[in-house]
Design a binder for this molecule. Structure first.
Ligand SMILES: *Cc1c(COP(=O)(O)O)cnc(C)c1O
Length: 389
């Protein structure tokens, strides 16, 4: 039953009876953490996206952090990302003591502009301030132009770390996001609002054995059970070594089991999101609005359905946003440009630094899109838009 006035969030999780049964089984098992479910989830997810290794952790933020550390990012280094992302894409570099800079977006897709990246790299090379890590963000589940970014990485010698928090189940040139064909490491998020969930959780994929091992150690205190290098005679079956300073970023088996169960539905979820996006496209076609573009060679996982005003007027964005909220539609703006957050302003960024990103944020609204959203509910959203445009 759908109450006409019920609240529609921009996104939400779906939990099935199978998910619940799977988690309850773990609760009855001897292992709540460090049992078989997490390695099984890692293996299943890596296989699904065509990567060799998967390292599961307690959030995508943690995954981004240990990915940066594994790539050797440290004080004096630079990390570049998009200003239109969640703050974690940039914060991971700060955790390592690196300096952050941003690359402006392509206004059609909202993704990091390859043109802007190429131009910025050319300048940075002249000034010897090239980045060590670049983090392309697959906003809305739409892959960045990875082949071009990888070509620039070869030329300028930086590592590519894909923030695919929105993009599990998506494809670029036919290949699954996460296969790391064009990057060192890809990171996924399983926060409840994302495509599939583990409550909180994240996972890094890579095809590099050393990076995988390093990340696996960093997520658990920097400890390895591998005592080859253990020099003291006291070495025994009880021995473990802390090789470097790590963290407790482990995922629990409860979460691993939930992830494994959710992963079974990934293809269905992506198909449903794509259908809902097509419905919006048809319903919105008569209005002066545009959905953010998805390039031809990308199959987006459509984590977000972002509209922009075709003929932007300053007061309109706020007014329409407020009307939607007042009608019980949980619209959102993804995102306030990261460089304009108070913390990043204290690091020297200000208005005007990334004009495309700033314009985008003043003109974009995320509409509800999630498994189970009904066509009549999409119609209700579009009716409210129509009334207030
Ligand atoms: C959600 C999100 C993150 C952080 O994910 P958590 O799992 O909540 O830590 C990072 N980057 C982007 C783009 C996100 O949307």
């Amino acid at each position: 039953m759908h109450h006409p006035d019920h609240f529609l969030p921009y996104g939400r999780q779906t939990i099935t009876e199978d998910d619940i049964t799977t988690v309850v089984e773990v609760l009855r098992s001897p292992f709540l953490t460090q049992g078989p479910a997490v390695p099984a989830f890692e293996k299943a997810l890596a296989t699904k996206v065509g990567a060799v290794h998967g390292v599961a952790v307690n959030s995508a933020t943690s995954a981004l952090h240990i990915a940066c550390l594994a790539l050797g990012l440290g004080p004096g280094d630079r990390l570049w990302t998009s200003p239109i992302t969640f703050v974690a894409s940039a914060n991971c570099g700060r955790y390592c003591g690196a300096d952050i800079d941003f690359v402006d977006i392509d206004p059609e897709t909202g993704l990091m502009s390859v043109k802007a990246l190429a131009a910025k790299l050319e300048l940075a090379e002249r000034e010897s301030i090239l980045p060590k890590v670049v983090v392309p963000v697959h906003l809305c589940g739409t892959s960045c132009e990875m082949a071009s970014i990888a070509a620039l990485a070869d030329r300028y010698g930086f590592h590519v770390l894909e923030d695919a928090s929105h993009a599990i189940g998506g494809r670029y040139q036919g290949e699954p996001v996460g296969s790391c064909s064009y990057s060192a490491i890809t990171v996924f998020s399983f926060h409840p609002v994302k495509i599939i969930t583990t409550g909180e959780g994240g996972l890094a994929t890579t095809n590099n054995r050393h990076l995988a091992q390093r990340m696996a150690e960093l997520r658990s205190h920097g400890i390895t059970k591998d005592v080859h290098r253990f020099e003291r005679k006291a070495a025994g079956p009880w021995s473990y070594e802390q090789q470097h300073l790590g963290f407790n970023y482990r995922m629990t088996d409860l979460q691993g089991a939930l992830g494994l169960s959710q992963l079974q539905r990934l293809d269905e979820i992506i198909a449903e999101r794509n259908r809902q996006w097509q419905i919006y496209r048809e319903l919105l076609s008569m209005l002066p609005l545009q959905l953010l573009a998805v390039p031809e060679d990308v199959m987006s996982s459509l984590h977000l359905a972002v509209i922009r005003f075709a003929d932007p007027r300053p007061e309109q964005h706020r007014r329409v946003f407020d009307e939607l909220r007042a009608a019980g539609i949980g619209v959102q703006v993804h995102y306030t440009p990261v460089h304009l957050q108070p913390y990043y302003r204290t690091l020297g960024f200000s208005e005007g630094d990334f004009p495309e990103a700033e314009f985008y944020a003043s003109n974009a609204i995320s509409l509800p899109i999630f498994p189970g959203l009904q066509e009549d509910e999409q119609g209700r959203v579009v009716n409210i838009l129509t009334k207030h445009l």
